[in-house]
Design a protein around this ligand. Sequence first.
Ligand SMILES: NC(=O)c1ccc[n+]([C@@H]2O[C@H](COP(=O)([O-])OP(=O)(O)OC[C@H]3O[C@@H](n4cnc5c(N)ncnc54)[C@H](OP(=O)(O)O)[C@@H]3O)[C@@H](O)[C@H]2O)c1
Length: 283
Amino acid sequence: MSDVLVIGATGKTGRRLVPLLLAGGHRVRAATRRPAAAPDGAVPVRFDWADETTHGPALEGAEAVYLVTPELRLDHAEVVIPFVARAREAGVRRVVFLSVRGIDQGPDNDFLRVERALAESGMEWTVLRPTWFTQNFTEGAFAPAPHNGFSIIACAGEGRIPFIDTEDIAAVAAAALTGDGHHGQIYDLSGPEAITFGEAARILGEHAGRDIPYVDVPAEDFGAALRGAGLPDDYAALLVMMLQVAAAGHEAAISDGVARALGREATSVEHAAARDAVAPATA
Ligand SMILES: NC(=O)c1ccc[n+]([C@@H]2O[C@H](COP(=O)([O-])OP(=O)(O)OC[C@H]3O[C@@H](n4cnc5c(N)ncnc54)[C@H](OP(=O)(O)O)[C@@H]3O)[C@@H](O)[C@H]2O)c1
């Protein structure tokens, strides 16, 4: 049994990780800006990347940390790297970092800087590099809702992506945080099958019991919509660029990280949709 600090404990991966850790008999400190929203069974810990005074108290007693960078910020290394050093000083032995698949294929960036800082920290480390999450369609940027006419809107064209179930990411994170044999591993994580946004919309619609159209829009329109929804310019531009990479067929590769870490196949969008049967809000 150990104490694990889960950053992003209310997010798409963190809130699925917390119950796995609790079921394994570990104590969980759930870091969030909204302690009332912390998952059941965890100790809520007020944590804000933008408020350094919350960093030290959050780390108290933690032996392992699940590290998720601040939302919508590409220039996060200046706050995350000092936190890594602080974790080491506080006695943390192990860190699992949620990075991004393909992040090493372009110019240097803050995800790679944080990965390097971890590798040089002296702590045990594991890096998770997932592709696009399946749950973006149910609780993220692509979720059908009144503002988008209950459709899925993007600029991915016919590009295929092997969307990854965040339950699988959480399972890999739990294994790496609490098990042996994951130190120094970089796990590229994907689902078992690359599908288009149109196919994903059809699968989700079938399980939600309603038609969910996929609406493909020009990249510049999608970028404008993201900025209109409050995303910072640089973050919106990155998302658009990543969708264009997918549209060009460069995000279709299947990764073996789930099998390497867990010894089982990754979960398909079909299976995740049937399991969750999350009906989008209706008008
Ligand atoms: N979504 C994808 O398809 C995808 C794919 C690959 C990699 N990733 C990476 O995965 C990470 C999470 O992505 P996501 O967009 O899906 O978000 P998410 O995990 O669903 O939600 C963001 C989480 O971060 C926490 N958070 C945000 N700002 C914070 C702050 N200032 N201080 C403390 N906590 C903060 C939020 O907690 P509170 O609001 O409770 O404070 C929430 O739990 C990002 O690094 C992203 O680049 C995402």
